[in-house]
Write a protein that binds this ligand. Sequence first.
Ligand code: DX5
Ligand code: ZN
Length: 216
Amino acid sequence: MILAPSILSADFGRLGEEIQAAERGGAGAVHVDVMDGHFVPNLTVGPVVVKAARRATQLPIDVHLMIENADRYVDAFRDAGADWISVHVEALPHLQRTLAHVRQRGAAPGVVLNPSTPLGSLEEILAEVDYVLVMSVNPGFGGQAFLPASLDKVRRLSALIRSRGVSVRIEVDGGIDAGNARSLIDAGAEILVAGNAVFGRGQAETDARLIVEACR
Ligand code: DX5
Ligand code: ZN
């Protein structure tokens, strides 16, 4: 299991320390939520913050692009130090091209599904990705409640991946904490994003460890 704390809920004045605390607590990647105020209602960060995170840790930097025209920004995020780059299937008309570009730049390509987006939308693209990110909240804000239907979606996705015989990891993002993490791992997820549950109480090391231990 890989815990990927979302820095969206971190104290940005102490970003490096926050990331290092989560790492001491067992985090295995750092999740960066990029929002453009168009694809989602909120605005967050760009490549300069990825660059700052890159300086703070050797862990993989997992960049989740919630933006329109994501293909225009892949190079900038890769140059800033992104190791994994995921894009929403709902946002891109030429998804295959974008994913191929991410891979060609040496990063791991992932696709993201909103809660209302069916697994069927992966049909033609599953073989091209390293991971599928299942949103368990509607993207835009940290601290939202986990949508319970996501658990069955992860189970069905896990079955689909097995039936296709492809090597694709499942990541889940939104409303994850020490109370529901284990059930997602049991359902077939390998990478869990958590923002509020890691950084919300100002004790990232302790709270990251709680989630990692809940999955043992
Ligand atoms: C939601 C983001 C998530 C979010 C997770 O739009 O993609 O990564 O920050 O935060 P929590 O764990 O607080 O739901
Ligand atoms: Zn995210």
